[in-house]
Design a protein around this ligand. Structure first.
Ligand code: BT5
Length: 259
């Protein structure tokens, strides 16, 4: 990765105004959070070649080997209530989907923010918010994309979960230019953020629903208090997943794991 290489392909007005590229960090989300606390402007981006402690949702880990993938976090300072954050976060997977589609494969999105190619996960997004009272102080959208990591390495690192993961190089049968992919992702993210600003959640939700793989399917919901089976009905206006269980009871999933 190189800042010049990424800048060459970048066509964004806000995202990427400041671009930091690190060798190794604990987590790009954590590094960007420190910059945000020091007053970094909206659109500031942190990328790293590797992460010591890449984070997934719910305290899980994100496998982040060096020099082969993308780990990127982008800072937003939106003027909306914290309840709008989940829907806004959909722009990360939409932008990643656009960037991947330019390479060939047509990806699907699994709620809330997994990107799947051939039903296997190639990318995941993590949204983190800092709030002050009823307002968002800043919001960080982190994305990890498996780009050129060899499949055996990915599978060995993830254990049994590895069968559900893949990389772009594995899907395409050739290595992918990470600078070009990063530029494309950031450019699309900028576009989606502008669309959200102009039109609110609806255009985002409409695009997201087109790629959503869960709606209408039988699923298993796993939360802290146990799990249940049901049918996914789709997302509501807040970006939460609606599920009917086998007794016809309606549930609203906020952050649970779906299978
Ligand atoms: C996610 O979590 O999918 C969000 C991942 C976000 C990572 C980015 S990298 C840049 C930024 N900085 C960070 O520290 N994080 C963000 P979740 O839905 O919880 O998925 C995590 C689960 O996916 C793990 O429990 C594993 O089973 C699996 N997993 C871990 N690493 C993976 C990888 N590289 N590829 C595919 N699956 C993986």
């Amino acid at each position: 990765l190189s800042v010049e290489g990424i800048r060459r392909g970048l066509g964004a007005s806000t995202v990427g105004r400041h671009l930091y590229l690190f060798g190794e960090v604990q987590s790009t989300n954590v590094a960007l959070r420190s910059l945000a606390r020091e007053g970094a402007v909206e659109g500031t981006v942190v990328l790293a070649e590797s992460q010591r402690a890449g984070r997934g949702r719910l305290g899980r880990e994100w496998f982040s080997p060096s020099g082969v993938n993308l780990y990127a976090s982008v800072l937003f300072r939106p003027h909306f209530a914290p309840r709008q954050a989940p829907c806004f976060s959909f722009i990360a997977s939409l932008a990643a989907a656009d960037a991947v589609k330019e390479l060939g494969p047509s990806p699907a999105i699994k709620w809330p923010n997994d990107l799947l190619v051939d039903r296997k996960k190639v990318a995941g997004a993590l949204v983190e918010c800092a709030t002050r009272g009823d307002e968002i102080e800043f919001l960080i959208l982190g994305i990890g994309i498996n780009v050129n990591v060899p499949l055996p390495v990915l599978r060995a690192a993830l254990g049994p979960a590895g069968v559900n993961a893949t990389s772009l190089a594995a899907v395409l049968g050739q290595e992918v230019d990470r600078n070009a992919l990063a530029a494309s992702y950031l450019t699309h993210l900028d576009g989606w953020a502008r669309r959200y600003k102009a039109g609110g959640p609806e255009p985002i939700l409409a695009a997201w629903r087109e790629r959503d793989i869960l709606t209408g399917r039988r699923i298993e919901v796993r939360g802290e208090g146990g799990g249940f089976e049901g049918r996914a009905l789709g997302v509501d206006g807040d970006g939460h997943l609606l599920v009917d269980d086998s007794h016809g009871q309606r549930h609203i999933a906020l952050s649970e794991e779906i299978r």
